[in-house]
Design a protein around this ligand. Structure first.
Ligand code: 5GP
Ligand code: ZN
Length: 114
């Protein structure tokens, strides 16, 4: 996707604070953090959102969660807790249309959503 900001970050065309990279996924710090730890975990292949996901993508999406678990542990959040968010569609607050998992932690968060 030529016009996708996350594809450009993955390609190294736009700088980011990268914290993890493998053949399938990349993780980098959110430019506008909503918590002391705020990392975005993204598939290297472009998918607009969960709406574009197919059954064949299930291992890839599961892999994003495994990365989140590891990065949360690295950040010391395993016991204190962390939140994983996938906004899907503008009405849910998605602003970048390259599927991503937010990893948020390091402050107390209430139970309410939205
Ligand atoms: P969404 O609202 O789509 O769920 O989340 C998009 C996130 O991407 C936002 O939290 C926003 O701060 C972050 N973001 C947008 N542009 C950039 C960028 O150029 N670099 C980084 N690191 N994060 C970005
Ligand atoms: Zn993209």
């Amino acid at each position: 996707m030529t016009d996708c900001i996350f594809c450009k970050i993955i390609a190294g065309e736009i700088p980011s604070s990268q914290v993890y990279r493998d053949e399938q996924a990349t993780a980098f710090r959110d430019i506008n953090p909503a918590a002391p730890t705020h990392i975005l975990i993204v598939p290297n292949k472009h998918l607009d959102s969960v709406n574009q996901m197919e059954a064949a993508d299930e291992p890839l999406i599961g892999h994003l969660f495994s990365i989140a678990k590891s990065l949360a542990a690295e950040a010391g959040l395993t016991e204190s807790g962390y939140r994983l968010i996938v906004n899907t569609g503008a009405g849910a607050g998605q602003t970048v249309f390259h599927l991503h998992l937010h990893l948020l932690g390091g402050k107390s968060m209430n139970h309410l959503l939205g």
